[in-house]
Design a binder for this molecule. Structure first.
Ligand code: NZQ
Ligand code: ZN
Length: 389
């Protein structure tokens, strides 16, 4: 096991009516807030009105920024920064999913910075201060509610880039599983793929003697595999929604990678697909992850066989562990298909003509290669994407 520091100070209020605490939690930090949300689901569900009332009851003034889209846009971030400066706002409340939260985080680092906020995503500047961010979560998926990262799309450059800094970790996350009852099946499934991907990015490591976190990862995966069919059959199954919501947060709060080194190549590759084709992040991962696995599994057959037996219940073939390892990958792909996700680029209407471009863009930040489990150069990434056409 590697040395590690673990700190996740995000305060979690979990359960029915959690959103009613929006006012008292914000009040700890500010009396004027930027209230951010997406394209309407929180208006239709009545959640936004409940949050507004909770803020009003505590005497908190709010200014609103709406219309945040999936694969959140840099242009709206800049609009939010301008509003905060103009109105003297010093706290941001995100009501929604990863896209809304990541926009809030980007605004938070952008307000005190005199340069272009995109500098942080290009890593040509490092943020040193930020406004506080709080969250009312409506979709378990990205884990942004307690993560230290934000991912933003620059449509002009067709780039989607992440920034990781402790400055953006939310002060609190209000998590009410009832809020997720209205999620369409496809968004529920995309969320599941992202949660599983966050766990698998950490699971496939070269670090030895990480049995505790191996088993945490395996448990997290099994919880998603067991509960997603339950909520697809009955969207109002509170207990199943609650299991998924809590697993989604812990999957990306860095507990599961304590003492180990994650891979993260699949995320890097997926971001290039989303940047150009605007596909849902979870759907892109459902295509990329099995293809990545089929490219790298020989690197550690034992780990893939462990994944197959412990996560998917595949019987171990001691005389042919390769067969066991491959069966685990097949089961993952079949699971994604069974919950309505694409497993090929063509199923997302992504053509093959820009694969080389995506492969080369994906390696820019890593200095020519990405991934820790297996290093991938642009030829390897192109091969993975070509195998997923
Ligand atoms: O905009 P509205 O109308 O709210 O609709 C949203 C949106 O269309 C809808 N939705 C959310 N909650 C709902 C709901 N519809 C009905 N009922 C509800 N309760 O779902 C759609 C997707 O929302 P989005 O916020 O985009 O989903 P998600 O949470 O999956 O976030 C994806 C973004 O997070 C980034 C991804 O790259 C992507 O841009 N990620 C952020 C990470 C982080 N900051 O730590 C890590 C992840 O790996 C990921 O990269
Ligand atoms: Zn993700």
């Amino acid at each position: 096991m590697k040395n590690f520091t673990f700190s996740n100070p995000t305060k979690i209020l979990f359960g029915t009516d959690a959103e009613k605490h929006a006012g008292d939690e914000v009040k700890i930090y500010a009396s004027k807030v930027l209230l951010c949300y997406g394209s309407g689901s929180v208006v239709a569900s009545g959640l936004l009105d409940r949050v507004r009332s909770s803020l009003r009851e505590q005497g908190i003034e709010s200014v609103e920024l709406s219309g945040i889209q999936p694969n959140p846009r840099l242009s709206l971030v800049k609009q939010g920064i301008a509003v905060c400066r103009e109105k003297g706002i010093d706290f941001i409340l995100a009501v929604g999913g990863g896209s809304v939260i990541d926009t809030a985080k980007a605004i938070a680092v952008g307000v005190p910075y005199s340069g272009d906020v995109w500098d942080f995503y290009e890593y040509t500047a490092t943020p040193t201060e930020a406004l506080g961010v709080g969250v009312v979560l409506t979709i378990p998926a990205a884990g942004s509610e307690s993560s230290n990262s934000t991912v933003i799309s620059n449509m002009d450059l067709q780039l989607k880039r992440g920034l990781t800094t402790e400055l953006v970790r939310p002060r609190f996350a209000l998590m009410n599983p009832v809020l997720t009852f209205t999620l369409p099946p496809y968004q529920t499934a995309c969320g599941a793929a992202d949660i599983m991907a966050h766990i698998m990015e950490r699971y496939f490591t070269n670090v030895r003697s990480v049995d505790f976190t191996d088993q945490l990862c395996e448990a997290g995966l099994r919880v998603i595999i067991n509960n997603i069919p339950r909520v697809l059959a009955n969207p109002e199954d509170y207990d199943a929604r609650a299991e998924i919501m809590w697993t989604g947060a812990v999957a990306h709060n860095n507990l599961f990678d304590t003492g180990r080194e994650g891979d993260w190549a699949s995320h890097g590759i997926e971001h290039e697909i989303s940047a150009i084709y605007d596909v849902a992040h979870g759907a892109g991962l459902a295509v990329v992850f099995p293809a990545w696995m089929r490219h790298v599994w020989r690197h550690d057959v034992a780990r893939f066989a462990q994944f197959a037996t412990r996560v998917w219940g595949v019987e171990m073939d001691y005389f042919n562990p390769e067969r066991t390892a491959l069966e685990g990958i097949n089961r993952l792909e079949a699971f994604f298909q069974s919950i309505g996700l694409p497993v090929r680029l063509s199923q997302m209407n992504v053509p093959s003509d820009r694969i080389d471009e995506m492969a080369s863009k994906a390696t820019v930040k890593g200095g020519g290669a990405i991934g820790n489990f297996v290093k991938l150069d642009s030829d390897a990434i192109a091969a993975i994407l070509n195998s997923a056409i």
